[in-house]
Design a protein around this ligand. Structure first.
Ligand SMILES: Nc1ncnc2c1ncn2[C@@H]1O[C@H](COP(=O)(O)OP(=O)(O)OP(=O)(O)O)[C@@H](O)[C@H]1O
Ligand SMILES: [Mg+2]
Length: 155
């Protein structure tokens, strides 16, 4: 992806579909194509250029596909689904407040809405990652009776 004139972005969106057999791969490709079509998104399998497409999708920022689409800034921003209108769970630990609606946000690591119990916290240094983890473990101990064990790779 690169920034062009007039804040236009010339972009290629690539995804790799993984399967253990050709039949499975065909099945997943068809399923993905159908699901995307429901949202009016037309995706194209990289027939006869799978190798170039696969390499393009590796984290080297080297686009070997000679196909791109021009997006303006607004269109480009909708491509990244980094926001959701539905944050949090019905029960769990109070995390804070939704700045837009003012409603409290509860988070339950063991909610059946989640596919697993894992969680990862990203943030720049001093953003409050350690404070968040301490708050989560303190509140989950008091509110849900959950014991926490901390392992520090750097002792
Ligand atoms: N929600 C908050 N309200 C007020 N102060 C906060 C909040 N979260 C963090 N802080 C303060 O910000 C400072 C940095 O927080 P913290 O140590 O959690 O950052 P960090 O993301 O773990 O940083 P590092 O990557 O350096 O470990 C601390 O002094 C902490 O008290
Ligand atoms: Mg920290």
């Amino acid at each position: 992806m690169h920034l062009g004139l007039n804040r236009l972005f010339s972009s290629t969106i690539v995804a790799t579909v993984f399967a253990y057999s050709m039949d499975e791969l065909d099945k997943y490709t068809e399923l993905l194509t159908n699901e995307m079509a429901k949202n009016l998104i037309d995706i194209k399998p990289a027939w006869a250029m799978q190798d170039a497409a696969f390499r393009t999708n590796m984290p080297y920022n080297d686009n070997k596909l000679n196909k791109s689409h021009t997006f303006d800034r607004r269109a480009m921003s909708t491509v990244f689904p980094f926001f959701t209108s539905d944050i949090g769970h019905d029960g769990g630990i109070p995390l804070g407040f939704n700045k837009q609606t003012g409603l409290p946000i509860l988070y339950d690591n063991f909610s059946s809405k989640l596919t697993n119990y894992n969680m990862v916290i990203f943030g720049k240094s001093g953003a409050g990652k350690s404070v968040t983890v301490k708050m989560l473990s303190a509140r989950s101990s008091i509110l849900m009776g959950i014991d926490s064990l901390a392992l520090d790779a750097e002792r």
